[in-house]
Design a protein around this ligand. Sequence first.
Ligand code: HEC
Length: 177
Amino acid sequence: MRGDLRRLASHPPLPPANREGLRQRISSELGLLPWLLRQAGDAADADRLRPWQTKPLSSPAARKALTATVEALLSRHPFDRSAFLEPPPTAADMQQARAIYGTYCAACHQGMGNGQAEATLPARDLFLMARREPRDEFLARLVQGVKGNAAIQFANPLTERQIGAMAMMFRREAPSR
Ligand code: HEC
C-alpha cells in the first residue's frame, strides 16, 4: 500500500486508468487491513486505519497523511525480509526461479514496461520493477501479487524460498526466454 500510494503521487503522473486502479486497490486493502490487524491483536492500529475507509484519497494532503499512518504501522509490524532470503537462495533455487518465471509469469509480464496505459491494474515488467522499487516493497508485491486459482482460495502458490529466489533473479538478472 505504501508503494501504491507513492505511485499514485508519482511525477510525471501515471495515466488516469492506472491511477484509478491504484485507488481501487488501496481502498480494497483498507477494507481488509483493519480486520487483519484486529485478528493479530492490534485493535489500536485497526482503529487508526478504519477512518480511511471512508475518506477520499483524491487530495495530495490526504495521501500524505495516509502514507504517514502506513509508515507508523510498518514500524510496528516490520516486513520480515529474512523469511524469504535466509538462508540465501542456492544455485538450484535460482534455476527454479528462472523456470517458474519462464513457464508461469513471462507470458503476461515480459516486455510490458510500465504496463498498458489504458488498463486499471496492468501487468508490468517484473525486472524493471525489481530494479526501481525498494527491495522490501518488491518482495511484498511478489507476496501479494501472485494469485493461485479458486482451488487454493487464490492464495500465493509460491513458497517463501521461491519468492526470495525470484526477487533476487528479477533484481540481478536479465529476462531470458
Ligand atoms: C495471466 C496473466 C498473468 C500471469 C500468468 C502472471 N501475472 Fe502477475 N500480474 C498480472 C496482472 C494483470 C497484474 C496487475 C494486477 C495486479 O497487480 O494484481 C499482475 C501483477 C503482478 C505483480 C505486482 C503486484 C503489485 O503489487 O503491483 C507481481 C509482483 C506479479 N504480478 C508477479 C507475477 C509472477 C511472479 C508470476 C508468475 C509466477 C505472475 N505474476 C504471473 C498478470 C499475470
